[in-house]
Design a protein around this ligand. Sequence first.
Ligand SMILES: *[C@@H]1O[C@H](CO)[C@@H](O)[C@H](O)[C@H]1NC(C)=O
Length: 144
Amino acid sequence: MNRPRNLITLVNLLLFYAEVSAFTGCQKSILTVRHVASCPKDEVSWKAAAIKMNCDSITQNCAMSLGLSTPNHRFQYHCLVNSDKNATVEVCALNRFIFGFCAEFDINAAVVQENYDADCKTHNPPCPEFYDSAEAYKCKKSYF
Ligand SMILES: *[C@@H]1O[C@H](CO)[C@@H](O)[C@H](O)[C@H]1NC(C)=O
């Protein structure tokens, strides 16, 4: 008998599923998609573009309805390659934590996801092994 441990496992499992369900996408994101020729190349210009796009002003309940209205998951500016890798888009989307790859935006699923064609480790300089997609300028191959 190890009740406390089982309870912790259950809570972790529920948190895990809450996290995964966030990645079913946010349809409101699709309305914000703008095709751009390129993305901001550094932190300063990325942040300036984020202020201009003002994702905070857009009413959405994605984070809330997914139980993710925490400081870690907010509807915010991204500039990413699309999942067909033939366009770059600015979009307000729920951020995610990305492991080992660059990021992309899947316009159909309305979700930020790993770009499995862009492995961080093969880049020079390499991008972080772990980063917030809302700071995807840290991984230059997240766009062109
Ligand atoms: C990108 O590729 C997809 C799939 O091949 C195609 O349907 C779409 O029209 C292309 N978009 C652009 C902007 O070229």
